[in-house]
Design a protein around this ligand. Structure first.
Ligand code: IMP
Length: 198
């Protein structure tokens, strides 16, 4: 086993996706459950990039380990890029995924399919304690469906139909989503970097 790499996300389903995407690398992947409880950092950045970096730096410094974090979200063209960096708290500070999805469907009520274009964005940040920082980016284009479909994934997955597909991420299994998703793309790039370090 190589150096420890902490997946710095308190979102259980997102952390599981990130861990799966780090499989097979010569790093010993751990998650936040392996460390003492710590309040999540406030996401004060104005961009995905700033927030990804802020999270990776926070956990890396707190536990003195290398850390990988991502900041991600959904940008809907008809809503001028909203919910964007506020994706997790679109319907309020403690909003559930289904509350966020309901709010999004209501906001798009008057929009036809071809007007419902959107993209998921993922910025992944890697930090070593007090040292190296590396950032990567991934995105996937698609449409927001008229109603939720599928039990899989998390967040807006039941509403997002990636371009060239007829099913939402919520209807896909984890591997199929990984192959298409913003997080999959960012993490494939991060893997190349992590392999070069090991
Ligand atoms: P973060 O944890 O601050 O990066 O918040 C990301 C939020 O964006 C999540 O809570 C979801 O609402 C949304 N999001 C990001 N990635 C995905 C995804 O892969 N599927 C569905 N929703 C996502």
């Amino acid at each position: 086993m190589g150096e420890v790499l902490l997946v710095g996300s308190g979102n259980r389903k997102k952390a599981a996706e990130l861990s799966a995407l780090l499989q097979g690398l010569p790093w010993e992947v751990r998650n936040l459950h392996d460390y003492p409880a710590l309040a999540e950092p406030e996401e004060t950045g104005a961009t995905f990039e700033e927030n990804a970096l802020l999270k990776a730096r926070y956990y890396s410094d707190a536990f003195n380990v290398a850390c990988l974090a991502d900041d991600s979200g959904l940008a809907v063209d008809a809503l001028d890029g909203a919910p964007g960096v506020y994706s997790a708290r679109y319907a309020g500070p403690e909003a559930s995924d289904s509350e966020n999805n309901e709010k999004l469907l209501a906001a798009l009520e008057d929009f036809l399919w071809h007007e419902r274009t959107a993209r998921f964005i993922c910025h992944a940040a890697f930090c070593r304690p007090g040292g190296a920082v590396h950032l990567e980016y991934g995105t996937v284009e698609g449409h927001i469906s008229m109603e939720p479909f599928g039990p899989g994934g998390f967040g807006y997955d039941p509403l997002f139909v990636p371009l060239g597909n007829e099913r939402t991420f919520g209807e896909m299994d984890a591997l199929e989503k990984q192959g298409l998703s913003h997080r999959g793309e960012a993490m494939r790039k991060i893997r190349v970097y992590l392999e070069s370090l090991a």
